[in-house]
Design a protein around this ligand. Structure first.
Ligand SMILES: NC(=O)c1ccc[n+]([C@@H]2O[C@H](COP(=O)([O-])OP(=O)(O)OC[C@H]3O[C@@H](n4cnc5c(N)ncnc54)[C@H](O)[C@@H]3O)[C@@H](O)[C@H]2O)c1
Ligand SMILES: CC(C)[C@H](C(=O)O)[C@@H](O)C(=O)O
Ligand SMILES: [Mg+2]
Length: 343
């Protein structure tokens, strides 16, 4: 898919190197993220990551295999960028016609928050267990600044230019601190708007009036939960891409997991993987100042939309009959059609 789009956009071919990692690889070899794979991630221009978690990440001996969390920490991938957009052909989960205007981006802090507790949690005894939330000034500043930069880009494309701080500042000191730092960063962007929402109320409004949302910035665990809720607004995880962005590295992966309930049947919707690939090309286009890579990203997005809107292939996830291979063929086939439209 990516090769075809890159070629049709007239960009030089990307060089792919494939490495194994994850829970299944660990079960087979005793290694979760081999040194060569980690080194390849470090030295590559970008990391395209499959969904991980086969069928669970926790092994009977207590070992946890979550290479994506390791990579977020290793490369400081602090911004989890999770866009949600409705386009024709996606299920209309909400009956309100304004739901066709759903187009927002969740920016999830990914190096601290409640995930700080990973590997540090304590089960004191059979009655008590603790996990600690960490919010730092540096961590909050960089993710909030990222969210404002993103809102500025979106404003140039006609969006509202509003960043909403999603927290629980009414109860937790750590979250009140998150909001305070958010405010300081917001003050540096007077041309953009800021807003606040408690995470519980935001969850309500994400379902009641998601078309009012633009850019959301939030703590790690809240972002994890809200990004699945958000995907539900467009029919499920199958069109929910994700980009994990740091100062030097970018990792691109669908927001969904390994879908054990349907695994092995060939029925998964590959859309989130395609759109994650498009996010990677967009990011590489900026990194290399090469518009052709952005064009390739645009072709993939347009081909996914064309394939769905013309109902050439309706994924099983949405009650249609197209399996993963058929969806893939349909979207690759649509690349040619959309290129002619663009030309
Ligand atoms: N980014 C990741 O790698 C990631 C994300 C979430 C979960 N996981 C891991 O994946 C495993 C399964 O987790 P889970 O079941 O809670 O979440 P999941 O995202 O794998 O699945 C949730 C639901 O969405 C459906 N679904 C997901 N992707 C789909 C697709 N492409 N097409 C159609 N339907 C799709 C599944 O069938 C399931 O009903 C766990 O080990 C978990 O830790 C990994
Ligand atoms: C699998 C899990 C560790 C991961 C997370 O919690 O970040 C996933 O749910 C995600 O959304 O990327
Ligand atoms: Mg998740």
């Amino acid at each position: 898919m990516i090769d075809a789009a890159v070629s049709q956009a007239g960009a030089p071919p990307l060089v792919f190197e494939t490495h194994q990692a994850g829970a299944q690889h660990y079960a087979e070899t005793g290694e979760a993220l081999p040194a060569a794979a980690l080194e390849a991630c470090r030295t590559s221009d970008a990391i395209l990551f499959g969904a991980m978690g086969w069928p669970d990440i926790r092994f009977p001996d207590g070992t946890e295999i979550i290479p994506q969390l390791d990579l977020r920490m290793e490369f400081g991938l602090f911004a989890g960028v999770r866009p949600i957009r409705w386009f024709p052909g996606l299920p209309k989960v909400l009956s309100d016609p304004r739901a066709e205007g759903i187009d927002f981006v969740l920016v999830r802090e990914q190096t601290e928050g409640l995930f700080y507790a990973r590997g540090r949690g304590e089960v004191l005894n059979d009655q008590e267990a603790y996990d600690t939330m960490q919010i730092t000034r540096a961590g909050t500043e960089r993710v909030t600044e990222f969210a404002f930069q993103l809102a500025a880009q979106r404003k140039r494309r006609g969006k509202a230019g509003t960043v909403t701080c999603v927290d629980k500042a009414n109860v937790f000191s750590s979250m009140a601190f998150f909001r305070k730092v958010f405010d300081e960063i917001a003050a540096k962007h007077p041309e953009l708007q800021k807003d606040y929402a408690y995470v519980d109320a935001l969850a309500l409004n994400m379902v009641k009036k998601p078309w009012t949302l633009d850019v959301l910035v939030t703590e790690n665990m809240f972002g994890d939960i809200l990004s699945d809720l958000a995907a539900g607004l467009i029919g499920g995880m199958g069109m929910a891409p994700s980009a994990d962005i740091g100062d030097t590295h970018g990792l691109f992966q669908p927001a969904h997991g390994t879908a054990p309930d349907i695994a092995g049947k060939g029925v998964a919707n590959p859309g989130a993987m395609f759109l994650s690939g498009a996010m990677m090309l967009d990011w590489l286009a900026v990194k290399h100042a090469d518009q052709r890579l952005a064009d390739a990203a645009g072709l993939i997005e347009a081909a996914v939309e064309h394939s769905l809107s013309t109902k050439i292939a309706v994924p099983m996830e949405y009650g249609g009959s197209a399996n993963c291979a058929e969806m893939t063929r349909s979207v690759i086939g649509a690349l040619g059609a959309v290129r002619k439209e663009v030309a």
